[in-house]
Design a protein around this ligand. Sequence first.
Ligand code: CP
Length: 326
Amino acid sequence: MTSATAHNGTEPTIVFPKQWKRRHLLDLESLTAEEITILLDVAQQLKEITQNCRRKVPLLTGKTCANLFFENSTRTRNSFSLAAKRLGADTVEFNSSGSSVAKGETFVDTAKTIEAMGVDWVVTRHGTPGTPHLLARELGCSVLNAGDGPHDHPTQGLLDMLTVRQHRGSIAGLTVALVGDIAHSRTARSNIWGLSKLGAHVIICGPPTLVSPRWTELGFEVAHHLDDILPRCDVLNLLRIQFERQRARPFPSVHEYAALYAMNGERMRKAKDDILIMAPGPINRGVEITPEVADGPHSVILEQVNNGIAVRMAALWLLAGANDRN
Ligand code: CP
């Protein structure tokens, strides 16, 4: 577990950081700046060792990763699966639809059943905040949060930060705006905690109906008009409007939303020349971002996807190392 052999046989290429002690990755709020930096450093190393996350290294051979997804996913599920396979581990793919959940089995019993098949990590996505924390208490293996309702999505926050760091070298001192449906966004929360711990100035921007006053009370800058903050931003992270989590309509129509918050060609001309345009995905073209911006030269959306594999390889490797040492 302490070092990797690269695909071309040279070694060692990565050394386990002794400071890393965590067995679970549940949120970014509870991580220290040092722990976040370790995760990003290891992700960068693994990305290079695996040649942009395409080659295998036998770091986790003989281990098994179970993906327990109770909500839909394209990016997170597939990149956790690929991350495990790139490091030589096996995977178990659990889908709540078609499972014994329909017969009344509880969430914890389902997870314990999968764990009993001999898994080393459970990766869980669920619509209820706190479900990964519950599993971390109930299971013996490592638990990774792949998104718990609107609460947290730590690997998304990490892959966003890794992408920013690759382009800017450092996160400290940058002005990063999270724009859109803050109220329902686990990505927003992970980014707010992670970026602020690493020294970025975070601006939380969205309609008053989708931004809690709590953020102002906590000392964050809050804005309700993208045009007011745009010229100051180094990075924009454009969040999807999560209609599926909303009980009441937070604005009259998507046309009103897009008029105030969509990143489009006209707004790009008012932004910094080197602005980074990010989105966690899935994107709604024409709502929070227009196609010319999503597919334009400032967009790093697909780089974020590739970095998702790197960050998830790092998380699996670090948690397994902490488990093996305990
Ligand atoms: N960003 C993100 O979590 O995407 P998925 O829902 O496709 O996993």
